[in-house]
Every structure is written in C-alpha cells, then in structure tokens.
Design a protein. Structure first.
Length: 440
C-alpha cells in the first residue's frame, strides 16, 4: 500500500467520523468558511493528519505527535507494527491497542532522533479546524486537520540519516555486549549502564529494546560480583586489590582498614590498587592478629579479614622475641650504710617465638631503688633455640641506692636490644616485668 493511499484512507476515515458526529453535534466555529480541497484528495508529498481534542492547544500537540509518528513509521525499518496497521487496531500480548496509542509511543521515541527534531506546525502547508458542540452534553471539542510537507526527497534523506544513526546504535550495543566480560572499573560499569538506558529509550522494536534492558541488568549485577583480594608483600605491608569475573578490577575509592592490634594504618592508592602499611609492634604472637578491610562500591559492601600471621610469607623465616617471666637480680656485695651495691648479676627470660636465631646486644633496666639505670652492654650473644631462653649477664661497678623507692610496685621497666636476622636490623624491644632482688 502506497504512502499517498494510506494518507487518503486516514483522511476519509476521519471525515466519515465527523459526518457521523454531525448527527448529534453542531458546528460552533470554523477556521475557514469552506473546507479545503486537500481534506478529500490524496496529495503526493504531504502528510495529512486529523485529530480531535478538547482545545486548540491540545489539538496542536496531538497533531505534532501524529506527524512525528507518521514520519517515524515511514523511515524506521525496525518498528514492531507494519505500516498497514496504522489505520487499524494492533494486537499485543492478547490485548487490543489502538493505532493512536502506538503512534503516540512512536512519536515519543521519535523525539530522541536528532534528525526528527524541529517538527512544528509553523512548517505546515495548511491547517483547518472545526469547533463542535455535542447537542446532548453541551461538551465542545475541536476537529483539527493539518497538511504537512513530506516530499520524497526529504523522506530519502531521513531514511539515509536514520540508517546511519541506527547502525551506530547497534554498533554501540555490540560493543557493550563484548565489553561485559572485561569491564575493569566502577566507572566503566556506570558508563555502560547509562549508554544502555539511552539505547533502551531509543529502540523502536521490542527485540533490541529487550536485549538492551537485559544487558543493562547484567551490568548492574556486576557490582555484586566484585571480589576483594589481598597479599602480604613484606613486613607491615599488605597489597590490596579487587577482581571481577577473574580479571583485575580498578577501584580508586579508599577502603576503611582497622585492626585489633596494629597501629599507624594507611591505605596508599597505587594504580587502582592499594598498599596498606601498618605497625604490628603491639601485636602478640599468642593472639589472633588481623586487619579488617571494608569498602563500598556503588552501594555494595565488601569486607575481608586478613590474618597477620600470614604476613610472614607462608613459611618464610619469622622473627619474634618477647621478654617474659620474672627478672632475678643479685648483687655481689651490699653496703647498707653507704647505700651502694657492687657487681649486679641478672637472669632474664626471652621467649623466642619465631623460627630464626637472634642476636642479643644489650639490656637496659630502670629500677625504682637505683639512682641510675642498669645497663649490660656488648653482650653479643647469639641464640638459636626456640622457646624460652635464660639470659645471664653481669654488670660491673658500684651502684647507688635511692633514699626512697620511686615506686612500690614490684615491676622493672626497660628494653632489650636484639638483631633481627630477617631484616638485618637492630631492634629495641621494650619490657615491663616483675622482679626480685637481694638487697631489699
């Protein structure tokens, strides 16, 4: 069926409806004394549309929508209803929809086409309207007719533009389908979702529109498939990253990192990953030590606990020396009148909880009875056993007692200096232990 014949049938149908309506309605006003000849004559190169509305403004709006819908149906190849159905009813999902409803839907979708922008009744070749009044209800309405230019050359130009535009949309859809398995950032997912929303709004046919909507849902579900990963790369350092569908996934929003024992925690961004640094000096080997990492990615919460015992590299040498037990101090001689001591011996227990030997450099103690700290320098002992090791050392010289104790608590504070063979560094380990001595 040709376009001109379709236009003619539409006009005739509209006129017949008007004639029938005249039996119960009367003309109140018209835009011209005589109806134009184009109402009853098919004219090549024009679209003739007829609408009925309660006001002129509403009639003008419906007329522009009708023109847009007719243009779309003559241009787009992928509409879900054929042109021959424009003047009839359409059956969808077992129910009947009017052609007007379909054309309005087409017009709204056509508003997204850049080459159909600018449809305006100001471009109409002619307009004719009749104001009618229902004799029984006194309701008034307008029958509105428009003759709109749509020449064959214009139609050919729109077809070419549409084909190019439509092909670009299909290419983008194919690109998004291919990129689903490799998208590597939240920004990439959000861009894909936004583009698919635009494609779903553009597509006229149910097949491609359904495909775009389905793919959009799959992209949205990707946020639920992100996995947090972590690997200890050295003392006090955790490499934190993410993966999606088996490939690396870049996240630039900083995670929240807490610990039950570690301090000075920082999450440093490195190319879509993070290097988490921390100080585990206060973490005790006989307790569970961990980092808790939490991140939120587009409303999805990810959390992971990383055990600090894994920071030794899974079987690599581990260094851990902990002062323990009670310190025993014995003076060679005690001068009560002069309040001095000479030659102090110490027995100290060190628990080697690691897997390596360690070197002991010195011991330093601050006691509540003594004026000056006790220092055992240049011990230079190497201990290869694990578990509790007894350290015996001797401090030469004379030591002065205070007139009164600075503390009544039976504790001594201080530090031992050891060599860590894992890092080749000299480390100072603080201590606070109970003690006993032979001068009080």
């Amino acid at each position: 069926m040709t376009r001109s014949l379709i236009s003619f049938i539409i006009v005739v149908a509209a006129l017949v409806g008007s004639v029938c309506a005249c039996a119960e309605s009367k003309v109140v006003e018209r835009s011209a004394k005589k109806a134009p000849a184009w109402l009853s004559t098919a004219t090549d190169g024009y679209l003739v549309v007829a609408v009925r509305a309660a006001s002129i403004a509403e009639a003008q709006k419906q007329a522009e929508e009708e023109i847009a819908g007719r243009m779309i149906m003559s241009v787009a190849r992928n509409v879900s209803v054929s042109q021959s159905n424009v003047i009839s009813e359409t059956v969808r999902d077992g129910r009947i929809e009017s052609s007007d409803e379909y054309k309005r839907e087409s017009a709204m979708r056509g508003a997204n086409l850049p080459f159909l922008k600018g449809i305006s009744l100001a471009k109409a070749d002619d307009i004719y309207w009749v104001k009618m009044r229902d004799k029984s209800t006194k309701e008034e309405y307008y029958d509105y007719y428009v003759k709109y230019p749509f020449f064959r050359v214009e139609q050919s130009r729109l077809v070419a533009e549409f084909e190019e535009y439509d092909a670009a949309k299909d290419a983008r859809l194919a690109e998004l389908e291919a990129g689903y398995a490799t998208v590597d950032s939240p920004e990439g997912i959000k861009t894909a979702i936004a583009d698919l929303e635009g494609l779903a709004a553009y597509y006229f046919d149910d097949v491609r529109r359904t495909k775009a909507v389905s793919l959009m849902k799959r992209y949205k579900d990707l946020f639920k498939s992100i996995v947090m990963t972590g690997e200890f790369i050295g003392p006090g350092e955790l490499k934190l990253g993410y993966s999606l569908l088996g490939h690396p996934f870049k996240v630039y929003a900083a995670p929240k990192v807490t610990s039950n024992c570690a301090s000075s925690i920082r999450a440093i961004p490195v190319s879509g990953e993070f290097k988490v640094t921390y100080d585990d000096a206060d973490c005790l080997d006989d307790e569970e030590n961990y980092l808790d990492v939490t991140a939120r990615i587009e409303g999805v919460k990810l959390s992971q606990r990383f055990q600090l015992k894994e920071a030794d590299g899974g079987g690599k040498d581990k260094f851990s020396v902990v002062p323990t037990g009670k310190i025993i101090l014995t003076a060679d001689s005690i001068d009560a009148d002069a309040r001095t001591l000479s030659g102090i011996n110490i027995r100290l227990s060190l628990d080697n909880r690691g897997t390596t030997a360690f070197g002991l450099k010195s011991i330093e103690l601050t006691m509540p009875q003594l004026v000056m700290p006790l220092v055992w320098d240049n011990i230079d002992g190497v201990y290869t056993s694990t578990g509790v090791i007894q350290i015996n050392a001797r401090a030469q010289g004379r030591f002065t007692l205070r007139d009164s104790r600075t503390s009544r608590l039976p504790y001594v504070n201080g530090a031992v200096t050891v060599v860590n063979p894992v890092t080749q560094k000299v480390e100072r380990i603080r201590l606070s232990l109970p003690y006993s001595c032979n001068w009080e």
